[in-house]
Design a protein around this ligand. Sequence first.
Ligand SMILES: [Zn+2]
Length: 492
Amino acid sequence: MKRYFAIVMVLILGLACVACKKKDNIIEYSKDLSNYEINLDFDTDTKSAQASLSLDYINSSDDMLNELKFHLYPQFFKEDASHLVVGSTKLNDAYPNGMSYSEFDINRIVVENEDKEIQYQGEYNDILVVNLNNHLLPDNRINIFIEFSFSLPNCEHRFGYGNNTINLANFYPIMCVYENGGFDESGYNPNGDPFYSDMANYELTINLNNSNYIVAGTGEKTDVKLVDGKYQTKFSAKLVRDFALVLSDKFEVISGKVGNTKVEYYYFLDDDAKKSLQAGLDAIETFSDLFGDYPYPTFSIVKTDFIYGGMEYPNLIMISADIENIDDYMNVIIHETAHQWWYGMVGNDEYKYPWLDEALTEYSCLLFYDNNSGYNLTHSEMLSASKENYSLFVTVYQDVLGDLDTSMRAVNEYDTEPEYTYCTYVKGVLMYESLYQLIGEKDFITGLKNYFNDNKYTNVIPSDIIRAFEKACGNELDNFFSSWIDGKVVIR
Ligand SMILES: [Zn+2]
């Protein structure tokens, strides 16, 4: 996600805030993954859906499993958990027409032809537990069928709708990551993008009652046709960690190509749509050169009703229609595109280590400007702004709080959104600039190439990025990183 740090306002308001080989590569990597098949009948009038998920799950752990667990993120958009969706200072932006809540129900679960009891866990029934009839051995597969239904809140967020778009992200049961002998059951938080998932393959069919709507989604659009009076769009996405859709009856679409990737821009009200598309094309090209190829056939830049600057999903980024400044708009496109590498391909637990993808994604924007002089922002301008903003943040917050914790921590460990934003993004830029100066441009870029190549399509932990830079420069870097992450470093 891209958050704005309108520093003075936020602080005063206080505590508020390319080539063809690619495709073969994807097919090879996608063979041993779980397969999600999602069918969605969506009513654009009521903003509600009847849906089903058929999951062909592979146990890629070394343990025998006797149950599976799924995140049910729509549960957090219900009234009792809505305080976790957005912070109190953002309520008016998120719900411009007043508070509005989701409905969400699991209606049926079938495992191996047997109906199963619907069992929820978590404070907000946000975890679905499916007991298995037999132990699922490592490398074995099982099919789980789940029927579910939901309605969206009138909320300008990832799961909600505004005046222009219907944002359908995090709407389906998604497997919790299994690691260290258990399933990750992290909940939701208004800070950051509190998600963590494994790579999988997706086939999605969405049926609409209204032909005026255009659908943007993760992966390739494989078919658009009329079926039994419904307007059907099919998508196929391999080797992605999530699937998102955006619907609108106002979309215009333009496209371009970089390597073998078709880049589409879905928008409404953009006087310079070609420029917005070009930013996406430039970003895909630049980051492919810097870090490693973007291997997917599609990438969609989608203008949406969204309270924050933007939001990343695999092959699809949401860009907020609220951004008025063109340079900010370009910058958000570049930031969210960088997430295709840091989050999309190299994954991490965004709840526990939000800095791991966000700091590097934000710093990737500085590297982008080093390589693209036709934009109204530069590496040094972004760096100066980060220094000034961080320094002001520390000064103001120390006055307010006395002892300020500047460690880079889990999303739920920040008391306020500005603390999350400044410690994760702004301090993150300063950390990577410090490393860039310490080891030099050549080793820095080599480190990022190592990090990408050694970890793409997997999930990483902090030591993975430290090892990647150590491999590039030959020096021990644990102390460097811990001084920044633990909040001990003094920034002048
Ligand atoms: Zn981000």
